[in-house]
Design a protein around this ligand. Structure first.
Ligand code: HEM
Length: 536
């Protein structure tokens, strides 16, 4: 009875007050308030009953023989806060391990249903399935033209064309060999700059040298253009700034990707405006370079031709629109720069922290390589070097969640009986797999020797360690990336002994997760020139 009276009272004042004041404001407020309460009740109810959170309403994760378990998260947001802050790979791993949800865990990020695999078997099923060959596209990626580049193009004719062009003209073994001179040149400049910095400052801050070498290297093989730090400082600064801004925008957590209604009033990082500002700058730079290639005398495509030459020369069905060329070229600069530089930085940090590993590596290089100039061909004689790089990829995978997720294009039945419905974002937590004691013995220890005892294919063949992903969307730059990192690490330790700067800058392995996972505090160390080595 009391309840009835209360609601009668409420109806009375809601209708009388507006009449009294001659306005409809209170009526409007009442309508909005009621709608809000209804929305809240529906959200609370769906949340209360949805395992995996709000995006899994109607039991969509219960359709298979085996339901997909997962946390409910909080109403409306689901597990969004787990992903938007801090180190998502670690939080998701902890969630999967404590709940024994490693095979597959369902959770909600706002209104997006997500599954994450944290074991090698399910990871393989997802990454190699043709039904997971699409990617969910973020708003920033779309605004930055990445939907026309390889990484985000939907699985179809256009994406297959891009992969074919790239694998035969940029990433083929012949092309990688042809660009070795460039890799050597960029490394030589880096070694000299490091020696100078050590002399002037008494220590070396390695990141900027690696980033410059990586940027110049990819610019060389993609655009046929290398920058001189002094002569081209203005253009170089502009390029660096554009790459940095692009990284920030793509790496930023954009709330409205998961709660679309937020885009109307909440954009804390001003992602849309910043994308709109960046795109014309990218177009201007890349189109300028394409134009120069078109104007230069048409040359027969040699093995060492750059990627712009290749794209410009395409004809018939393979011919790309200029806008598409801009997107493809921009993506290559983008993907090729940070991954190589940050993986090399992680390797060097581990070598500084493990002087015994560094000494063993130097011994291997000194005894295997008699001529003093290390080449790509020498890498086959350096199994310990490869083990060091693999162990670094295991302990610090540059994309701990494999950077870009996959999207199911239809309902997919997994072999364990779970059913992933169409339009679900699927992630693989590679970090959780490489740190799982059931998969790797002593997973927290840096022990390159483990890869001497048993060889592991890191290029997508063995899902216990697949830092480049796997399946048809596996990283096409994996061979180029590995060749570059192997050569540069070998040369860095051949010429210098890297010692921890305990007084000024002790090594800190804290991570920060952006587009990739990098060292939170850039590596500083003492680079002591080794006896008997002459800088090139
Ligand atoms: C250490 C180096 C690198 C690492 C760890 C790495 C890692 C990855 C990962 C995890 C993926 C997603 C794979 C998947 O979904 O299964 C990927 C995709 C991709 N990577 Fe790499 N990458 C590296 C170097 C490079 C380089 C040097 C380039 C180009 C110059 C490159 C270009 C790409 C592209 C274009 C894609 C998208 C492929 C597609 O969706 O079809 N990556 N990479």
């Amino acid at each position: 009875m009391e309840l009835g009276l209360a609601s009668k009272d409420a109806t009375w004042w809601v209708f009388t007050f507006p009449a009294f004041f001659g306005s409809k404001i209170l009526l409007d407020v009442y309508v909005i308030f009621s709608l809000f309460m209804a929305f809240l009740s529906v959200s609370l109810l769906s949340w209360a009953f949805a395992v995996g959170g709000i995006a899994w309403k109607n039991g969509r994760n219960q359709q298979g023989r085996l339901p997909i378990p997962g946390p409910r998260g909080v109403p409306i947001f689901g597990s969004l806060f787990t992903l938007s802050r801090g180190l998502a790979h670690r939080s998701l791993a902890a969630m999967a391990w404590t709940r024994a949800n490693t095979k597959l865990m369902a959770f909600s990020v706002g209104s997006t249903p997500v599954v994450v695999a944290s074991d090698p078997h399910t990871a393989r099923e997802i990454l190699t399935s043709p039904h997971f060959a699409d990617r969910p596209i973020k708003q920033s990626a779309k605004s930055l033209m990445f939907n026309r580049a390889m990484g985000f193009a939907p699985n179809g004719t256009y994406w297959r064309l891009l992969r074919r062009i790239a694998s035969s003209h940029l990433f083929s073994p012949k092309r990688i060999i042809a660009h070795e001179d460039g890799r050597q040149l960029d490394c030589t400049i880096m070694l000299r700059n490091i020696a100078n910095e050590q002399k002037v400052l008494g220590f070396v801050s390695l990141r900027k040298h690696l980033q410059f070498a990586a940027l110049n290297n990819i610019m060389g093989s993609v655009f046929g253009k290398r920058y001189d730090q002094i002569k081209d400082s203005e253009e170089l600064e502009e390029l660096r700034d554009m790459v940095k801004e692009g990284f920030e925008l793509l790496g930023a957590f954009n709330w409205s990707d998961y709660l679309p209604w937020l885009s109307y009033f909440y954009d804390p990082f001003r992602i849309n405006q910043r994308c709109l500002k960046l795109v014309p700058r990218v177009r201007k730079l890349v189109k300028g370079i394409i134009e120069k290639h078109r104007l230069s005398e048409s040359k027969r495509l040699s093995d060492s031709a750059d990627f712009v030459d290749v794209l410009v020369s395409l004809d018939g069905e393979e011919k790309l629109q200029e806008e598409d060329m801009v997107a493809v070229l921009w993506e290559m600069i983008f993907r090729g720069t940070d991954t190589t530089a940050l993986l090399t930085e992680w390797v060097m940090a581990e070598l500084v922290l493990h002087p015994e590993v560094q000494a063993k590596l130097q011994l291997e290089i000194d005894s295997a390589v008699t001529n003093k100039t290390l080449t790509d061909a020498d890498m086959a004689k350096l199994p310990y070097l490869q083990a060091v790089v693999k162990e670094t990829l295991r302990i610090h995978p540059p994309g701990p969640l494999l950077s870009w997720a996959r999207l199911s294009t239809s309902d997919v039945q997994l072999s364990n009986g779970m059913l992933v419905p169409a339009n679900t974002t699927a992630m693989v937590n590679m970090w959780a797999i490489t740190h799982d004691p059931r998969v790797w013995e002593d997973p927290l220890e840096f022990k390159p020797e483990r890869f001497l005892e048993a060889d592991v294919d890191v290029r997508g063949g063995d899902l216990r360690l697949a830092p480049f992903g796997a399946g048809r969307r596996v990283c096409p730059g994996k061979n180029l990336g590995l060749v570059t990192v192997n050569l540069w690490v070998a040369k860095l330790v051949q010429h210098f002994k890297w010692v921890q700067d305990l007084c000024g800058h002790p090594v800190d392995l804290s991570e920060v997760l952006k587009l990739s996972c990098e060292m939170k505090f850039p590596l500083h160390a003492l680079a002591v020139e080794r006896d008997g080595t002459v800088l090139p």
